[in-house]
Design a protein around this ligand. Structure first.
Ligand code: LP5
Ligand code: MN
Length: 245
């Protein structure tokens, strides 16, 4: 049996090819797994649990079908879907995870996170994150009509996009000392995250201990999955073109 991890799909009503690949993955692969972990940025942007669009309902239905079939599904919020809330969890049967969660992965402890908080040089983003994660602000935002929320989001996205253009690639990668700090805090030798869109398996040493950091890939060019079992952890891809998707 396998435990599957995905992140950074950035699904929206405009990503029909990726949506199709995701649906196929859910129905053909995730359905046979021990568990599915979504480590953030499933959505291009989630405006709120009151989204009643066909797209939002289609995604809800896929998760509901999976959890109704007995496959536990866990969700870590990313910087694009930090507004996924308890209502979405209740409707779909998924379990929302803390920003950093330690799991037992076939006998090995692993810390899971989206990955944005590891990029400590990206101070502008971290300031922005702290602001939009204030519970009172989210409480207020969740009470605004959907069409106004969409307008606000579009405006802020435009501002954020133009700010991102001026950032170096280094700033937007993880800070190695932060990785080690988080792994030591949780007393694990395995970390799994997404966000940076730099899929890789990094092996490194910290105080004589062998550590592993697995970075999930995005779904821009193909489906991207981490598949784990008792023996191994493997980053795999699924082509958009073939019957895989
Ligand atoms: O995901 P990716 O890789 O593209 O970029 C991320 C970081 N960007 C973001 C931007 C958000 O997705 C935009 C969300 C807009 C909706 C907000 C809802 C508001 C209501 C909520 C209230 C409860 O996450 C990017 C990182 C990058 O990852 C790599 O780590 O660098 O960070 C940014 O680009 C953020 C900017 O640096 C700072 C943002 C300032 C925003 C200014 C907007 C001003 C417009 C005001 C108009 C009224
Ligand atoms: Mn992200």
């Amino acid at each position: 049996m396998t435990t599957l991890f995905i992140a950074d799909l950035h699904l929206s009503p405009n990503t029909s090819e990726i949506n199709r690949c995701f649906i196929n993955f859910m129905r053909e692969e995730a359905i046979n797994a021990d568990a599915l972990y979504v480590l953030g940025d499933l959505f291009d942007f989630w405006v709120g649990d009151d989204d009643k669009s066909d797209f939002a309902n289609m995604i809800r239905a896929e998760f509901k079908h999976l959890t109704d079939s007995g496959v536990p599904c866990y969700f870590t919020k990313g910087n694009r879907d930090f507004l996924v809330g308890k209502r979405f969890a209740k409707q779909t049967g998924i379990k929302l995870l803390d920003d950093e969660t330690v799991i037992d992965l076939y006998g090995r402890k692993a810390v899971l996170l989206h990955g944005d908080t590891l990029c400590t040089l990206d101070t502008k983003y971290l300031e922005f994150r702290a602001k939009v994660n204030q519970p009172w602000l989210q409480w207020l935002f969740n009470r605004i009509p959907m069409f106004i929320k969409r307008k606000i989001v579009r405006k802020i996205q435009m501002g954020a996009r133009s700010d991102k253009k001026n950032k170096s690639l280094d700033i937007m990668d993880v800070t190695p000392s932060e990785v080690t700090k988080v792994m030591q805090q949780h007393q694990v030798d395995l970390m799994i995250h997404g966000h940076t869109h730099r899929p890789n398996v990094h092996h490194f040493d910290s105080n004589g201990q062998n550590m592993t950091r697995i970075v999930l890939g995005d779904w821009y060019e193909h489906g991207s999955i981490l598949s784990c079992n008792t023996e191994k952890q493997e980053l795999e891809t699924r082509s958009f073109d073939t019957e895989q998707c």
